[in-house]
Write a protein that binds this ligand. Structure first.
Ligand code: SF4
Ligand code: SF4
Length: 685
C-alpha cells in the first residue's frame, strides 16, 4: 500500500516511537537499580498467577469501592489489548500490501468484529471517565488533569482514525475484513456509491497515516505520563508483598548504614516501583482517615511526591547520594508523616497494591532514630516505656497488685508453671480501668472453658507495637527482647491476646525480628517461633463452636433491636479476623446485626493505631468523631469492639457527641455476660 519513500518514513516513525517509549522506561529502571534491596523474588509462579489474574480479569479495578469505574476500565482494557494487536497489523500492512492477521479465516473474521466492537466500548469507557473527571470532578481526581485530557484525546483520535481507515478499506476491498460490521455499516451508510477507486485509495492512505500518527503519539506519550502505570502497575502487582500487611520488617540496628529513610536512596526499589505504578485514582485518599479528617496527609500525594522526587533527582541518585536533599522537610512534611494511623485502608483499596504505610513508617524511623524529632508528648511515653515497660510509668510491681481485680485465683506463670496458655494482659488490660474489665471478662471465659492459663504479672512488659510504629525501633527491639527471653523459658502451648496490636506484634513482628536478633540462642528462637499466638476472637469462636461454654440463649440475654460491630484495623484488615466476632456475637445476641457503612475489610480506623493513641490530634476533625458519627447514623445502641484502643476512642467519641445511649463493649465482655452462672468447668486434663 505504501511507496518506498513512505515505507522509509514509516520506519523512522516506528524507531522514533521505540526510542520515545523506552527512554523513560530505561531511566526509571536505572533509578530503581540504585535503591535498596527488597526480597520479592520468592514464589515466582504464585506471583505470576496473582498479577496475571488481577490484570487480565481486571480484578485490580473491579474492587467494590467504585464498581462503575471498574466496568469502564474493563471496556477500555480489552479494547486496548485488541487495538494493540491491530497496531501490529497496521504497521505490517504498511509494508505488506493487503496483510491481515489471521486472513479471512473465522479467527480473522472474529478479530475484525472484535476491533469494531471494542472501538465502541473504548469510546464509551473514555467518555465515562472524561465526564466523571471534568464534569463531576471528584476530589480524588485532583491531580493529573492535563495528562488525562491528553490521553483521552489520543484514545479518541486512535479509535476514530482507525474507523476512518477501516471504512475505506472495506469499501475498497469488499471481500476483506468480513467481520468488520461497524466499518461496513458506516461505509454503506456514508460513502457515496459513486466514489471512484483512486479517491478511495487516496482516502485509505490518509486514514492509514492519521491512524499511525495517532497511535504512535499515544505510545510515545504513555511512559512520560501518569499512564506509565500501564507498564509499572502489572509489574508492581507481581512484586506485591507476600507477608501480612500488618508485618513491619525489622531494622538490623547493628548493621544498618542508615536508620529509616533519610534520602531517596534509602528507600527500596520496591518503594520506587510503587511510586512509578500510581495511576492517581485517589482511592487511597478517599478512604484515608487522616485525609478525611482534614490532616496534612494524603497517601496519594505521598506516592506522587516520591515519584516526582525520584525523577527530579535522577543524576544524584545515580552518582552522589550525599548531594541528595533530605526527604524531610524537602519532600515530605513532619505533619503528614505523624498523621498516619497505619490502618492499611490505603493499601487495601489500591488497584496496584502500593504500600503507603511502609514509606511513612520508614520516614518516622529516620526522624526518631537519626534526628531525634518526634511530637513533644512522646517524650514521656518513650521514657516510661524505656524505664518502666509501660506507657504510664507505673512500677512493674504494680502489675501484680492489680491482678486480684481480675477475679479470684488468677495465677502468674511463676505460681502456676503447668499452665498451657498465657493470657497476655497488655498495658491496657493491666493498668487501664476499662481495659481491666475486658481482662476480667477473658478470665471468666477461660475459667468457664476449663483452660489451664496464667498471666505474667510483674515480668510482663509492653509488647512494643506503639513504640515501633512511632519510629522507635530501638525501644521496640529492647522491649521485644525482654518479652522473648521470658517466653522462650516457658513450655506454653499458646499465647492469648485480647489486643489486636499485641496479636499482630507477637504473630508477625516478633518472628520476623528473630532474623536479626543475635542475643537469643537458636533453641530460644525455635521456641518462640513454635509458640501459637491466639487472638481472643479466635479463642472465643473456637469455644463457642465446640460448645465449650455454658451460655444463655440469645432470647434469654434480652432482645436487642440491633447491634453493630466495629472491626479493628489490626484484627480485621491486617489479620483478616472478620468472621470471628460476628460468629460469637450471633451466638450470644442473635441475628440482629446491623453492619456499619464501613465494615469488615473496609473498616474505618478509630484514630489510635500507629501509636497515635499517645499523640495529640491537633489538626482537623478527630478521627474518632468521624467513626462515632457513622455509629450514630447506624443507630444500633450496642457497639461491639475487639480492641481496647478502639473501645476507648469510640467511647470518648460518642461521649463528645452526647450519644451516651450508645454502649461500647468488647466482644469478650458480651460473651462473658452471657455465661450461665452455673460455675466454671473443671480444668480439663
Ligand atoms: S495507613 Fe491509614 S492513615 Fe496511613 S496513609 Fe494509609 S489510609 Fe491513611
Ligand atoms: S496509590 Fe494506589 S490508590 Fe492511591 S492514587 Fe495511586 S494507584 Fe490510586
Amino acid at each position: 500500500m505504501l511507496t518506498l519513500a513512505e515505507k522509509i518514513i514509516l520506519t523512522i516513525l516506528v524507531l522514533s516511537t521505540f526510542f520515545l517509549f523506552f527512554f523513560p522506561v530505561i531511566k526509571r529502571v536505572l533509578i530503581l537499580a540504585r535503591l535498596q534491596a527488597a526480597a520479592r523474588f520468592d514464589s515466582i509462579l504464585k506471583r505470576f498467577f496473582y498479577a496475571f489474574s488481577r490484570v487480565l480479569l481486571q480484578l485490580c479495578t473491579l474492587k467494590n469501592e467504585r464498581p462503575w469505574t471498574g466496568v469502564a476500565h474493563l471496556l477500555i482494557f480489552y479494547g486496548a489489548i485488541t487495538f494493540d494487536t491491530m497496531t501490529i497489523n497496521h504497521v505490517i500492512e504498511g509494508y505488506v500490501d493487503g496483510f491481515y492477521l489471521f486472513g479471512q479465516s473465522w479467527p480473522g473474521r472474529l478479530f475484525a468484529a472484535s476491533v469494531d466492537l471494542f472501538s465502541i466500548t473504548v469510546l464509551a469507557g473514555v467518555s465515562f471517565f472524561a465526564v466523571r473527571r471534568f464534569v463531576f470532578r471528584p476530589r480524588a481526581y485532583d491531580t493529573g488533569a492535563g495528562d488525562s485530557a491528553l490521553i483521552y484525546i489520543f484514545i479518541f483520535l486512535a479509535v476514530s482514525t482507525f474507523l476512518l481507515f477501516n471504512v475505506f478499506s472495506v469499501a475498497l476491498h469488499p471481500g476483506s475484513r468480513t467481520g468488520a460490521f461497524l466499518s461496513r455499516f458506516l461505509a454503506e451508510k456514508f460513502l457515496p456509491a459513486t466514489m471512484s477507486v483512486p479517491a478511495l485509495e487516496r482516502n485509505l492512505k490518509l486514514g492509514y497515516w492519521l491512524h499511525a500518527l495517532a497511535v504512535f503519539s499515544f505510545i510515545s506519550y504513555v511512559p512520560h505520563s501518569k499512564y506509565f502505570h500501564l507498564l509499572a502497575g502489572p509489574v508492581n502487582l507481581f512484586f506485591r508483598r507476600s507477608r501480612p500487611t500488618g508485618l513491619m520488617l525489622p531494622l538490623n540496628l547493628e548493621t544498618a548504614e542508615n536508620f529509616g529513610a533519610e534520602r531517596a536512596t534509602d528507600f527500596s526499589w520496591k518503594d520506587g516501583l510503587d511510586a512509578m505504578a500510581c495511576v492517581e485514582c485517589g482511592r487511597c485518599q478517599d478512604v484515608c482517615p487522616a485525609f478525611q479528617s482534614g490532616k496534612a496527609l494524603s497517601p496519594k500525594m505521598v506516592i506522587l511526591n516520591l515519584e516526582k522526587h525520584l525523577l527530579a533527582e535522577y543524576k544524584n541518585i545515580r552518582k552522589d547520594r550525599e548531594k541528595l536533599p533530605w526527604l524531610v522537610p524537602g519532600v515530605f512534611t513532619e505533619d503528614e508523616i505523624w498523621a498516619c494511623t497505619t490502618c492499611g485502608a490505603c493499601l487495601h483499596v489500591c488497584p496496584f497494591d502500593i504500600e503507603h504505610p511502609d514509606k511513612l513508617l520508614s520516614l518516622r524511623q529516620n526522624l526518631v532514630l537519626a534526628r531525634g524529632r518526634f511530637p513533644a508528648e512522646l517524650r514521656s511515653f518513650f521514657h516510661n516505656l524505656e524505664t518502666y515497660g509501660n506507657p504510664w510509668g507505673f512500677p512493674p510491681a504494680h502489675r501484680t497488685e492489680l491482678l486480684r481485680e481480675l477475679g479470684v485465683g488468677v495465677k502468674t506463670l511463676g505460681e502456676y508453671p503447668e499452665a498451657e496458655y498465657l493470657l497476655w494482659l497488655g498495658c491496657f488490660g493491666t493498668f487501664d480501668d476499662r481495659g481491666r474489665k475486658i481482662a476480667g471478662a477473658m478470665v471468666r471465659i477461660m475459667k468457664a472453658a476449663g483452660l489451664k492459663f496464667a498471666v505474667l504479672g510483674a515480668e510482663e512488659r509492653c509488647c512494643g507495637d506503639s513504640a515501633r510504629r512511632l519510629g522507635n525501633e530501638y525501644l521496640f527491639q529492647t522491649l521485644a527482647l525482654d518479652n522473648m527471653k521470658i517466653l522462650a523459658g516457658t513450655s506454653l502451648k499458646g499465647l492469648i491476646t485480647f489486643c489486636p496490636h499485641g496479636y499482630n506484634v507477637f504473630k508477625n513482628d516478633y518472628p520476623a525480628l528473630l532474623e536479626v536478633l543475635g542475643e537469643l540462642s537458636q533453641e530460644e528462637k525455635e521456641k518462640i517461633r513454635s509458640l501459637r499466638v491466639i487472638s481472643h476472637l479466635e479463642l472465643m469462636t473456637g469455644l463457642v463452636d465446640r460448645k465449650r461454654l455454658p451460655l444463655r440463649k440469645p432470647e434469654e440475654t434480652g432482645a436487642l433491636s440491633s447491634f453493630t460491630v466495629h472491626d479493628s484495623c489490626y484484627y480485621g484488615r491486617h489479620n483478616e479476623l472478620l468472621a470471628e466476632p460476628r460468629k460469637v456475637l450471633r451466638a450470644v445476641l442473635g441475628e440482629n446485626l446491623r453492619e456499619l457503612k464501613n465494615s469488615k475489610e473496609h473498616t474505618f480506623c478509630c484514630g489510635a493505631g500507629g501509636g497515635l493513641m499517645w499523640t495529640e490530634e491537633k489538626a482537623g476533625k478527630r478521627i474518632n468523631h468521624l467513626r462515632s458519627e457513622e455509629i450514630i447514623k447506624n443507630g444500633s445502641r450496642l457497639v461491639a469492639t475487639s480492641c481496647p484502643f478502639c473501645l476507648t476512642m469510640l467511647q470518648d467519641g460518642l461521649r463528645d457527641k452526647d450519644a451516651d445511649e450508645f454502649r461500647v463493649m468488647d466482644v469478650a465482655e458480651i460473651l462473658a455476660g452471657a455465661l450461665l452462672n452455673s460455675g466454671h468447668r473443671a480444668e480439663r486434663d
